[in-house]
Write a protein that binds this ligand. Sequence first.
Ligand code: HEC
Ligand code: HEC
Length: 152
Amino acid sequence: MKKTIIVTLSLVALIITSLAFTISEPPGYKNLKILPNDISKEKLDSIMHNYTNSLNVKCTFCHVRNKEDRKWDFASDSIADKQITRKMMLMAMDINKKYFIEDEEGKHLAQAVQPVSCYTCHRGAEIPLTTPPPPPPRIEGQLQQTITEDKK
Ligand code: HEC
Ligand code: HEC
């Protein structure tokens, strides 16, 4: 009986210590090739939400869940759009650095605050529009009015 209590107590202690460790450890992302490895969870989450909002998609657009337990496998690269996204991140960083941001600060910032962000091009679409929409239908008399206004 005594033995069982001791075993139970040490098990409880073990669980508590391991819990404490998981809480204090950094997020421990496994497959970051562009973002810095020591990025905080808050920062990474806000970048990911920027992606879903910019393209109007869900996490599943770039990330998969395990077949067996349905748990997220965010580190997996099996979806091509995740890999395309890495190129997009590099492209946006390059454009900003070359044409907009002059100091080194812009290094790891593939996110919204930059002049050229995902949203600058995508505007809520998976594939950005490359041609402007057709002009609105002309209203009778509008052209005449514009011409007269120009002459004023
Ligand atoms: C448009 C594509 C895209 C969308 C949508 C997206 N992600 Fe990501 N995610 C990426 C890319 C690309 C990386 C890897 C970045 C790198 O290599 O530095 C990544 C990495 C991650 C990682 C780190 C995984 C690891 O261990 O390496 C997590 C966690 C993550 N995303 C969560 C999310 C969540 C949660 C959502 C939905 C709110 C989401 N992502 C939406 C593209 C996306
Ligand atoms: C300078 C404009 C521009 C910026 C900035 C940009 N993209 Fe793109 N993106 C494009 C264009 C254009 C395409 C379509 C390419 C094609 O049709 O081959 C595209 C395609 C994609 C695709 C593939 C979509 C599909 O369904 O095939 C993904 C995913 C993507 N972009 C994610 C992103 C993310 C995430 C960001 C921000 C890190 C970003 N893009 C920033 C212009 C941009």
